[in-house]
Design a protein. Structure first.
Lengths: 123, 123
């Protein structure tokens, strides 16, 4: 499958899961996975999902503006760089964000997130 | 060296080189390096430096707001996500940008940029 198509499919799957059923993001991370969320460092699927499901909003919607990807080297990984808007329920204005994923292949021909860095982009 | 300190040192070196001697960036890329600049894909040190030195401004200054880094896997690489402002000389308002680097170790104990993705963050 074309890398750009893989990246786009992953991003759509990630954010629709985030927006509808945050706890099932655990399938996309492993024990070695790392998340840096607004500067806070978290490791491992359980801790990462605990962080994401405890964020101070009930509902949210991600809208993606740009998706860029590149192969990350000999291990077959893929880097995905996303920018977009995050609308929280009840808030008047959407937040802008940038997010970087490093996807690694699984033995079942899928991908998991090894590295995840999230930053809001303030005006 | 502490990875966060390394990432910070690299970022400071990269942007001061960019802002004072763009052609000197050639030392930071190799033939295998990839840059995606506002969606345009470029490969190899020469092509990358050609792109960066041909950008339509004479002088610029990068001001860094955030730097996040994580180790990228068994090859010893490091992922760095930067956000900041880019002031072009003669322009009233600074541009906001996000940029992702994937640094790989060289045999001489240094790093080069293997992956590089740049995006402006529009309001």
């Amino acid at each position: 499958m074309d890398p750009d198509a893989v990246a786009k499919a992953f991003v759509e799957h990630y954010y629709s899961t985030f927006d509808t059923n945050r706890s099932t993001l655990s399938n996309l991370y492993q024990d070695s996975s790392m998340l840096t969320f607004e500067g806070q460092k978290i490791q491992g699927s359980t801790n990462i999902v605990a962080k994401l499901t405890s964020l101070p909003f009930q509902q949210c919607k991600h809208s993606i503006t740009t998706v860029d990807c590149q192969p990350s080297g000999p291990s077959g990984g893929m880097l995905v760089f996303v920018s977009g808007n995050l609308q929280l329920a009840g808030e008047q204005h959407a937040l802008k964000f940038s997010q970087m994923f490093h996807l690694m292949p699984t033995t079942q021909s899928s991908f998991y997130v090894l590295n995840d860095i999230f930053r809001l982009n303030y005006a | 060296m502490d990875p966060d300190a390394l990432a910070k040192a690299f970022v400071e070196h990269y942007y001061s080189t960019f802002d004072t001697n763009r052609a000197g960036l050639a030392n930071l890329y190799q033939e295998s390096s990839m840059l995606t600049f506002e969606g345009q894909k470029i490969q190899g040190s020469q092509n990358i430096v050609n792109k960066l030195t041909s950008l339509p401004f004479q002088q610029c200054k990068h001001t860094i707001t955030t730097v996040d880094c994580q180790p990228s896997g068994p090859a010893g690489g490091m992922l760095v996500l930067v956000s900041g402002n880019l002031q072009l000389s003669g322009e009233q308002h600074a541009l906001k940008f996000s940029q992702m680097f994937h640094l790989m170790p060289t045999p001489q104990g240094s790093f080069y940029v293997y992956n590089h993705i740049f995006r402006l963050n529009y309001a």
